[in-house]
Design a protein around this ligand. Structure first.
Ligand SMILES: *[C@@H]1O[C@H](CO)[C@@H](O)[C@H](O)[C@H]1NC(C)=O
Ligand SMILES: *[C@@H]1O[C@H](CO)[C@@H](O)[C@H](O)[C@H]1NC(C)=O
Ligand SMILES: *[C@@H]1O[C@H](CO)[C@@H](O)[C@H](O)[C@H]1NC(C)=O
Ligand SMILES: *[C@@H]1O[C@H](CO)[C@@H](O)[C@H](O)[C@H]1NC(C)=O
Length: 312
């Protein structure tokens, strides 16, 4: 884990990470040689990452996560920008063994082409040794999430939908999961056969789940929120996408979301995942289409805990 951490920070040498990488290098040398640590702050630092698409994996004593600005639909040098702030604890001990580093994303992109409007999916994903898990052994996926979206470069304590609408925000907030009959492919977002998303918010008319035109194929109430399910093949025709969309934005969610997967498995549809398939990937992020002002997506709290009948 230390090696991966050093490799990741090594890659960051240009343009932002130099100071941090060097500092951490010095720090571990000082610790190894018994000298007092250089850090004299509260043991927390926030670092900014604006790269197009490589991930960073802050070391943690509990569950590790990888964060990625992931500006896959944006070309460097064209209008638009996105930066991700990641807060890490130097002692690697977060409030619980499954708590993620807090992060925020400040971005602005102009509208893209109608058939490819998404510029980025800044996200955090679980690096769990538990994954992949077979869906028939899946007992629960407990998530504890708090997020907000705000106009401007600062995070807000709550989301003001009217202000976001005035700034033409087109984006969602999504839990993202990948599944496949092959264990390895299930963990690879580019190779998996199924993507299952849970949209906790859906801002702007352009932010539409695949299959919206065909109408919802199921609804399910989870912890008081009604979710509607849409499904369809993605445009590259490589993946079947199922999206549960919350009726209203859910800024806090502390519950087991596995009923949304179990409901899909119980719906006999040849195109949907089956209980013999594997869940290989779980993350949370925001698909960013466009906004006319800078907006900030903040995730001060996230913890993901997966239980299977084998591990229960
Ligand atoms: C680790 O650091 C955080 C942030 O400074 C602090 O709140 C926490 O108490 C520390 N935990 C341990 C076990 O030192
Ligand atoms: C917001 O941040 C962007 C870059 O991330 C910067 O270009 C812009 O000037 C900032 N706006 C304000 C009002 O600080
Ligand atoms: C992200 O970090 C930058 C650099 O420290 C800071 O200027 C900015 O305000 C931070 N953004 C948020 C949303 O806290
Ligand atoms: C459902 O949500 C409420 C807050 O709205 C929370 O207090 C409760 O613990 C949640 N229930 C479960 C089963 O997670």
């Amino acid at each position: 884990m230390t090696i991966r951490f050093l490799v990741n920070f090594g890659l960051l040498a240009i343009p932002i990470g130099t100071t941090l990488g060097v500092l951490f290098g010095i720090q571990s040398h000082r610790q190894a040689t018994g000298q007092a640590p250089l850090f004299v702050d509260n043991g927390v630092s926030t670092d900014t990452y604006c790269q197009k698409s490589y991930g960073i994996s802050p070391p943690a004593k509990g569950l590790e996560y990888t964060l990625n600005p992931n500006q896959w639909g944006w070309t460097e040098g064209t209008p638009g920008s996105l930066c991700m702030n990641v807060t890490t604890f130097h002692n690697k001990t977060y409030p619980t063994s499954t708590t993620a580093p807090p992060f925020s994303v400040t971005w602005k992109y102009p509208p893209g082409p109608e058939d490819a409007p998404v510029h980025a999916f800044p996200n955090i994903r679980v690096d769990s040794p538990l994954l992949p898990v077979s869906l028939d052994s899946l007992q629960s996926i407990n998530v504890d999430i708090a997020w907000s979206y705000a106009v401007g470069n600062r995070s807000a304590s709550s989301t003001d939908v009217a202000k976001l609408t005035d700034s033409s925000l087109n984006a969602n907030v999504a839990i993202d999961m990948f599944m496949d009959s092959d264990k390895t492919k299930a963990g690879d977002s580019a190779k998996a056969g199924y993507e299952v998303m849970v949209w906790l918010a859906d801002f702007g008319a352009a932010t539409q789940p695949i299959g919206l035109a065909q109408g919802a194929v199921a609804t399910e109430i989870v912890n008081g929120t009604t979710f509607s399910l849409y499904g369809g093949q993605n445009s590259a025709n490589q993946l079947y996408v199922l999206t549960w969309v919350a009726q209203d934005p859910v800024e806090k969610l502390n519950t087991d979301i596995s009923p949304l997967i179990k409901r899909i498995l119980a719906t006999s549809n040849d195109k949907f995942p089956k209980s013999s398939d594997y869940l290989g990937y779980i993350g949370l992020g925001s698909e960013t289409l466009w906004a006319q002002d800078f907006v900030t997506f903040d995730v001060p709290k996230l913890a993901v805990d997966i239980h299977t009948s084998a591990s229960a």
